[in-house]
Design a protein around this ligand. Sequence first.
Ligand code: SF4
Length: 250
Amino acid sequence: MTMQTTAGRDERTSTDYLTVQIWRGDRDGTFQTFKVPVRENQTVLDVVTEIQRTQDDTLSYRYACRVGMCGSCAMIVNEQPRWTCRTRVDKLGSGPLKLEPLRNLPIVKDLAVDMEPFFDKWKAAHGYFEPGDNPPADFAIVEPSSSEREAVDEAIECINCGVCYSACDVVTWNPDYLGPAALNRAWTLVNDVRDRGQDARLTAVSGDAGCHSCHSHMSCTRFCPKELSPTFSIAGLKRATSNRLWRRKR
Ligand code: SF4
């Protein structure tokens, strides 16, 4: 039992406390407030884990690697989508911490969302490699300096965290919109010289819910924790689909 004599500080132990508001339940849920000791180099994921382990083991959230590789710990932190394992609490300024599940995805419970619609969009955008009917038996040589490789060198680093999807206004307005991550993935494959599924892929990304629905608000690029630019990838798809249309008309 702590002796909380002033807001945010236990006078007996000289411990500073952080106030944390966490969304509980499904879409009809509400915020619950916790107090967590302030610790050196504490991340937002550390805070959530401490609450789950010491105060309420029914709190639901997701993480796996804790080092910015798996992309599973993303949440809304103080109104902005972020990866929580690499977000230090002391970099967020003073005041309470407010944690919510990612937007634009169904809430399973508390901070855990259903990622199925996100990955369904990858499939819909043909975000998978198509080797064709007779793939070469030997390894393909892709020169690192080739224009195709350089066009997607950064984009292939996507960790599927869903931050861009959660930040995207167009997904909010049109739930069918394929979204920045799926289109970014499609762009990496459009530039893959080994792939044999380009025509079907360009058709998939040029429909009503595809790349031409992007308004270039750039929220995806602003919030991507890997500092990628899905906006750049989507612009590439706009060019590729438009060029294909002109080629067909000639
Ligand atoms: Fe996450 Fe960036 Fe990939 Fe979007 S593009 S899923 S924000 S890593």
